[in-house]
Write a protein that binds this ligand. Sequence first.
Ligand code: C2E
Ligand code: CA
Ligand code: CA
Ligand code: CA
Length: 278
Amino acid sequence: AKAAGRNTFRFYSQQMNEDAVQRLDIQNRLRRALERQEFILHYQPLIDLGSTRIVGAEALIRWNCPDLGMQPPGLFIPVAEDSGLIVNIGEWVLQEACRQARIWKDAGHGKLVIAVNLSPLQFTRGNLVETVTRALTDSGADPACIELEITESILMKDTEQVLATVRQLHAMGLRLAIDDFGTGYSSLAYLRRFAVDKLKIDQSFIRDLPTDPDAGAIVRGVIQMAKSLKIAVLAEGVETADIAHDLVLLGCDYAQGYYFGRPMPAEAFAELLPPPRN
Ligand code: C2E
Ligand code: CA
Ligand code: CA
Ligand code: CA
């Protein structure tokens, strides 16, 4: 039994070693990817359910890896967060999203809102206000065209530093959306405290809308609460016409999901936009 125990230990430690080596390898690859500009943003339409028009896009990062092909964020963002590299990657995302916002503004789509995902580390380790300011001035993008998506976990930290940062970003004219709403600890007090502009209801509730009365009750409740607080609501992960129809009946403001459009390169997204009225 002792021998087996020792072998087990050796097995685990070897396994842990391999994991650590693999993570280090991915970290190094990510650092190089940043230098070689292998990241790319795809854009997914944000739809106004009243008019069914595109009012914006969520910027979603991909890694166009020469060896492995196009990699989704789920495969590398967690490693980037563990290593702190997410701060640099997040800075690139802000620069790139602002650059694109300026291009679309110059093409006559000045009202288009681009939503950018932020990691908690960008609040605590990076100088977020400085990074955002630089991205805006470098690009000449309109702050009102940039919406920052954060998760409930950032707000639950509720430190003075986070609150001060959010207030500064607001004062600069940027908007704030709560991502994956309903999956974290939802304290309603912070929605007011942080003057949140939009709630994005997590796709798990939206997916179950047609079959699960509880999901319906939650979505209805969130929409009503948001309305009375004058916060806009977007439903994530809308995959069918049925669900889109239900959301209209529930009074949901905005939607996003495969039914309306998948994330796509900027050029493909631009083709979906109506010709600008000059
Ligand atoms: P998220 O912010 O919740 O983004 C929505 C995810 O749902 C995207 O996955 C999108 O492709 C997917 N999605 C959209 N519509 C549908 C639908 O109708 N059905 C289903 N099943 N899925 C849908 P993606 O692009 O793989 O991104 C995954 C996550 O990676 C994001 O979740 C976000 O948390 C993170 N992420 C993406 N880009 C960035 C970034 O630039 N910075 C940071 N920090 N995180 C990012
Ligand atoms: Ca998001
Ligand atoms: Ca989300
Ligand atoms: Ca998510």
